[in-house]
Ligand binder design. Structure first.
Ligand SMILES: [Zn+2]
Length: 270
């Protein structure tokens, strides 16, 4: 009797306590991991963290609508997007001192390969060379070399430049890339097939040609790689922590474990 992510989504959509309890136990740890990465300075701010989780508690949210074809990974990918949007909402989204938009970045990096663009894009997502090496299965030294090359091109295309320009503009660039969806864009499934080793870019020139020129797909691929890594080794929230978040979200106490419900039905007792 496994209670799946898909069932959780149905329960959250119907605003049932069981769904929210599962969300808290299994996915607050994912939120904590993402907060530690994107908002390290906020990682110990309990009030901010709670406000974030409250902002995500919306039964009508698209987060709980479509979960095919890979329910949990699709869900976490969407959770990540909504989490960052909620954080922007709380913090008011400051503009960086030196701005670069997606068009200018795309023009500067136009001759780079797909992998080089992904490597550079992960810098906007705040991944250091070592972490990027894990996400893209690449030597950190190779990551550094690619980033040097990309930085030179970007520097050459701007009046003002600083080393942190990609990280500083990460949120704006991420929003712009997410909005730049086209009818030819690849599905999450295609990217997961690549990440799971069921498909390679080789021999798929038409796909590669699209992705090379599409920052929506570069971003989407990097985010799916991130999801795979974030889910690795994440452990459920401890019971006292889960109870704290249930109180914050106004979710009734622990739902009956699935086996008890099943046993109750089978024996006629409740
Ligand atoms: Zn695309």
């Amino acid at each position: 009797m496994i209670y799946t992510c898909y069932e959780m989504a149905l329960d959250c959509r119907a605003d049932r306590a069981e769904g929210w309890s599962h969300f808290i136990r299994e996915y607050v740890p994912v939120i904590q991991k993402l907060v530690a990465h994107y908002f390290a300075e906020r990682a110990d701010d309990r009030g901010w963290m709670e406000s974030l989780v409250v902002a995500l508690r919306q039964p009508e949210s698209s987060l709980f609508q479509t979960l095919e074809p890979a329910p949990e990974r699709w869900f976490v990918a969407e959770l990540r997007q909504q989490l960052l949007a909620a954080a922007d909402g709380l913090d008011g989204g400051k503009s960086p001192e030196i701005e670069i938009d997606l068009e200018a970045l795309g023009a500067a990096l136009e001759p780079l390969t797909v992998v080089e663009k992904q490597t550079t894009w992960l810098e906007t997502m705040r991944y250091a060379p070592e972490e990027t090496g894990v996400l893209l299965r690449m030597e950190p030294r190779t990551v550094e070399k690619i980033r040097e090359k990309a930085a030179e091109r970007i520097r050459g295309s701007m009046d003002n430049w600083r080393r942190s320009v990609l990280t500083d503009n990460g949120r704006q660039l991420g929003r712009a890339a997410a909005a730049a969806h086209t009818k030819d864009c690849l599905s999450a499934k295609a990217f997961l097939d690549v990440l799971d080793g069921r498909m390679t870019w080789r021999g798929r020139e038409e796909l590669e040609r699209h992705v090379t020129a599409c920052w929506h797909c570069i971003d989407h691929f990097c985010r799916m790689a991130e999801v795979v890594e974030v889910l690795r080794g994440v452990t459920p929230l401890s019971e006292p922590e889960a109870e704290r978040f249930r109180q914050v979200l106004g979710v009734a106490g622990q739902a009956k474990p699935a086996w008890k419900r099943w046993f109750g039905k089978a024996s006629g007792a409740v």
